[in-house]
Design a protein around this ligand. Structure first.
Ligand SMILES: C[S@@+](CC[C@H](N)C(=O)[O-])C[C@H]1O[C@@H](n2cnc3c(N)ncnc32)[C@H](O)[C@@H]1O
Length: 202
C-alpha cells in the first residue's frame, strides 16, 4: 500500500493492518446494507492486494470462506478461510474450471472492486468498467444463491441505468451508494443488489 500521510484512510489502514484503504469502502457498505453475515461463502472479484479479503474473512468467521480472484497473484494471507486464484474474470471457462478445482459451486455474496487499467478518457474507462460489471452479473447469475447479495464498483462513464435495469430483473432491492472513503476526486460509486431471486433467464 502506498502510504500517504495526508490521507486519514491510509493511516487507519496502516494502523489496523489492512493492505489497502479500499477496505473502508466495503466497511461502509456492510454498515449500511449488512450484505455479509457469519458463515457466508463469498466470491471477491478483483481482490488484490487483499483488504476486502481481510475484512470479509473477519465478517464471515471460521464457518465461512472467501475466494479472491485477480489478474495478479495475491500475496498469501494468514487467515485460513481465504482462498485466492489468479484468473481473468472475463474468461468464464478458466474461472469456472478454477472454481471447480477448489469445489466452490455457489456463493452467498459476490463482491467486485474491479477496476480496469484506466486511460483517463471517461467514455473508454467507463466502457471497460461496464464490460467488467456485465461479466460480474453473468457470474452472479450462475453462482449466486437465491437470496444472495452482490456489490459492484462502477467508474464514471458507466451507463448505470443499463446495469440497474439488469440487476432489477433478479434482485429484490438495488441501491446506489458512494462510501465516504471514495476519494473526493474520484467519481466511482457502488451498486448493491440484495435478495437475489430467480431471474427470467434461469
Ligand atoms: C482497486 S483494486 C482492488 C482492491 C481490493 N478490493 C482490495 O481491497 O485490496 C482492482 C483490482 O481489479 C483487478 N482486475 C481488473 N480487471 C480484472 C479482471 N478482468 N479479472 C480479474 N481482476 C481484475 C486488478 O488487477 C486490481 O487488482
Amino acid at each position: 500500500m502506498n502510504y500517504n500521510p495526508k490521507d486519514p484512510y491510509f493511516q487507519r489502514a496502516k494502523q489496523e493492518g489492512y493492505r489497502a484503504r479500499s477496505v473502508y469502502k466495503l466497511e461502509a457498505i456492510q454498515e449500511r446494507f449488512k450484505v455479509l453475515k457469519t458463515g457466508d461463502r463469498v466470491l471477491d472479484l478483483g481482490a488484490a492486494p487483499g483488504s476486502f479479503l481481510q475484512y470479509i474473512s473477519r465478517a464471515i468467521g471460521e464457518d465461512g470462506f472467501v475466494v479472491g480472484v485477480d489478474l495478479q497473484e495475491i500475496t498469501p494471507l494468514k487467515e485460513e478461510n481465504i482462498y485466492t486464484l489468479v484468473a481473468d474474470v472475463t474468461d468464464e471457462v478458466v474461472l469456472e474450471k478454477k472454481l471447480e478445482e477448489i469445489g466452490a459451486d455457489f456463493f452467498d455474496v459476490i463482491t467486485s472492486d474491479m477496476a480496469p487499467a484506466t486511460t483517463g478518457i471517461k467514455f473508454v474507462d467507463g466502457g471497460r468498467s461496464m464490460e467488467l460489471n456485465q461479466e460480474v452479473l453473468n457470474i452472479a447469475e450462475k453462482y449466486l444463491r437465491i437470496g444472495g447479495n452482490v456489490v459492484l464498483k462502477l467508474l464514471p462513464g458507466v451507463n448505470e441505468g443499463v446495469l440497474m435495469k439488469r440487476m432489477k430483473l433478479f434482485f429484490k432491492t438495488v441501491r446506489h451508494f458512494r462510501p465516504t472513503a471514495v476519494r473526493q476526486t474520484s467519481g466511482e460509486f457502488y451498486l448493491v443488489g440484495m435478495g437475489r431471486f430467480l431471474s427470467p433467464k434461469t
